[in-house]
Each structure stands twice: as C-alpha cells, then as structure tokens.
Ligand binder design. Structure first.
Ligand SMILES: Cc1ncc(COP(=O)(O)O)c(C=O)c1O
Length: 393
C-alpha cells in the first residue's frame, strides 16, 4: 500500500482543538437544541452564518463540526456534512441535485437500498432512472440524454465488486455538464480519492470503517466545491436532518485508528481470499486485488489498497448445502453492515439486484467481511464450513 504518512498524522490530529477545550484532547460531546446569544445583534449575526457556527442544534454543534473536519481530511474536497446514515447521505445527495423531469444514470451494481430509492421515491417525484453496466467507461456517453443531471457510481459494486472506470465516466459526464457522485464506502476514503479523479460528490457510510466498531449508524456527503456544499447544506437544513453529537463523538474516536485497522483488514482479507482461491469449492474470487475481479486493472491503476470486504462465487452448491455451512460458523457471524472489528458472512442472490446486466454465475455468492480476529482461526472456521458445504464429514 502506498501509505501516506502525513495523511495518517493529519488523521490523528484533525478536528482536535485542545487549546479551546481546557486541554482535553478529544472534542467534548456538545448536546444542544438551544444555543443562546448575549445580544440581538449577536443573534442576527450568527443567523447569517448559521451553517458555519453553533446557531441551533439542528445545524450542528462543535462535535459535529469536528467530525466533518475529519471527514474532509480523509476524503478531500471542500467540506463534509454529517447525516443520520449512509443511506440518508445517498438520498440527500440525490434529491439535492435532481428535480422533476430529470434523468439519473445509476450503476447496476449499486447498494440495494439506493436502487430502491430510485425505483420508489425518485420515480414518484417524476425523476427517471436508467441503470447502467458497471463496466461501462466512456461508452456511458450512449446513455446520456438532454435531461441527465447525475451519474451515480459505486466502486467496487455492492456484493459483486466490479471496479468502475471513474476517470472515464467523469470525463464524459463533465463534457455534458453532468455531476458525478460516488458511494466511496468500500475504500473508506483511504484507498481511493474521488476528488483527485474529478468526482463532484463523494459519499461515505461512516457506519462502516470510520466508526469501525459496529455500534454507530452515520453517513457523510462531501462536496468538491463550496457551491455544491451550500446546496447540500440547504437541503439538510430544509429537511431538518440532524445527527446526535454522541454518535459523532464515537465516529471521531473510531477514525483515529482508521489507518491501522484498515491495514489489518486488508492483510487479513488478502490472506483469507488467497486461501479460498485454492479451495475446490470456490468458482471465483470477487476481490478487487485479484485478477478474477471484473475491473481489477482499474483497481490497480486508481486505488492504493483494499479493505476487508469481498465476495466469492461457490461452485454449484444447493441452498441447503450453503445453509449447512453458514448456520454453524464459529467466528464469521451472519449479519448486515460491515467495517466493524468482526468477521461477517452473508449469502446473496445478485439476480435480484440487477436490471441492466445479466448475472451469469450459476453458483451461490457469499459476501465476506474479514475482521480483526487471528487469521488462522478464521481460515479454520472457513475450512470447517466448506467441509459442511460439500457434505464431507
Ligand atoms: C456500499 C454501501 N453504501 C451505503 C450503505 C448504507 O449505510 P448505512 O447502513 O449507514 O445506511 C451501505 C450499508 O451496508 C453500503 O454497504
């Protein structure tokens, strides 16, 4: 991994202002609805810059702002906004820049609830969505209409891990004055820097690696320009979206150790994926660092590392066989989300979350999150699971 040393230093210190908080190193939890002002003039002055100051709890407190500063440090860009979940960050970004009559290009390998939002809320608001093949680069040109306002990307794709050619998509989009958004959660903003590739809006489900301890639901939207940040801030203010400072505190505490945790996730996942790649039960490894992953060469070109999440396609095993494997795992727990300290495994049928492309694999798909456990324990757990899968005792 191309480890950026000064980046890690900034990650440790960003958002921390001990001189302003009696020497305490962590920003305190400021719980606030009401903020009081000494004079009418002070109140009116604060109102003019209410997005930049502690004015009313809904717009944020110093705890929220400290986390937003840190998220901007991680992702780059002009500035971040905290939202109540990763999904809230996605939906808020979309509704900020789309209106009735507009057209959206949405990647076919997108996180399921994002697809659902397009097919329900956006549709009912008169916004048309076309889903596109994640492996499209410049060819996305053919799907652009006069009404297209946003191209939404997620790289690698949820569950199926296709890596998108973001620079090619940005290049095409910007020729038509179309904004490009990315769900950059997999890279944690650490292994892929969207703004270096011209992306306009980056989104993080902070729930995952930044918070990192499976106990927080939080999202961030980060804008490349002040103009776009202000538009997003107006939407959050208008909708009354607010985030609890306690949750921001936990995320800020989590992200201080982001770089060491990610390195461990990366190394453990590579070791587990390598081991799996040699097993006879496995058809394909969908891990961006493996040549078998669609778009692997783009990952090599644009990313500086890999996180702990990947999938495998099994050979033709039945659902009952998969259940026999998964129902008795010792360390790989079944549960949604990922990015915490623990290992997880879930089965998925990608045919249910595809409309523009055909999922051709015949064997079942398992998505695996490799946590911080001892990797030998994890491999032994998988070995016992694969024995149950193939019905050998
Ligand atoms: C890629 C991706 N984006 C967004 C989200 C949504 O995050 P949250 O659970 O915080 O809403 C998830 C959650 O699993 C995800 O996997």
């Amino acid at each position: 991994m191309n480890k950026n040393k000064s980046f890690d230093t900034r990650l440790v210190h960003t958002g921390s202002k001990p001189k302003h908080q009696k020497g305490v190193i962590n920003p305190p939890v400021y719980r606030a609805s009401t903020v009081i002002f000494p004079t009418v003039k002070a109140m009116k002055d604060a109102e003019k810059i209410k997005f930049d100051t502690t004015f009313y709890g809904v717009h944020g407190t110093p705890t929220t702002f400290a986390l937003e500063e840190a998220m901007t440090e991680i992702e780059g860009g002009y500035r971040a906004i905290s939202l109540s979940s990763g999904l809230a960050a996605i939906t808020t970004a979309l509704i900020t820049f789309l209106q009735a009559g507009d057209h959206l290009l949405m990647v076919d390998s997108v996180y399921g609830p994002t697809r659902n939002f397009c097919n329900t809320t956006l549709k009912s608001f008169g916004i048309e969505t076309t889903f596109y093949d994640p492996l499209m680069g410049n060819d996305i040109q053919d799907l652009i209409k006069r009404e297209t306002k946003i191209i939404f990307t997620e790289s690698p794709g949820s569950y199926t891990f296709e890596i998108q050619d973001i620079p090619a998509i940005v290049n095409t989009a910007h020729k038509h004055n179309i904004k490009v958004m990315i769900d950059n959660t997999w890279s944690a903003g650490y292994y892929f820097k969207p703004f270096d590739h011209g992306v306009d809006i980056s989104i993080q489900a902070t729930t995952k690696y930044q918070a990192g301890h499976a106990d927080v639901i939080l999202g961030h939207v980060i804008a490349r320009t002040k103009e776009d940040w202000l538009k997003l801030k107006l939407t959050t203010g208008t909708l009354g979206q607010a985030v609890a400072p306690d949750v921001c505190y936990l995320a800020l505490r989590g992200l201080r150790t982001l770089s060491v945790r990610l390195e461990e996730h990366q190394n453990n996942a590579l070791e587990v994926a390598n081991w799996l790649s040699k097993r006879p039960e496995i058809e394909t490894i969908l891990h961006p660092a493996f040549t078998s992953c669609p778009g692997h060469e783009i990952w090599q070109r644009d990313f500086t590392g890999s996180s702990g999440l990947f999938s495998v396609i099994l050979k033709d095993f039945s659902n009952e066989q998969v259940n026999a494997m998964l129902d008795h795992m010792d360390y790989f727990a079944m549960g949604f989300s990922w990015g915490g300290f623990e290992s997880l495994i879930v089965p998925c049928d990608p045919t249910k979350i595809r409309s523009a492309t055909k999922w051709n694999a015949t064997g079942p798909l398992l998505r695996i999150h490799v946590g911080q456990e001892d990797v030998e324990d994890l491999i032994e757990d998988l070995e016992r699971g694969l024995t149950r899968l193939s019905g050998k005792s």
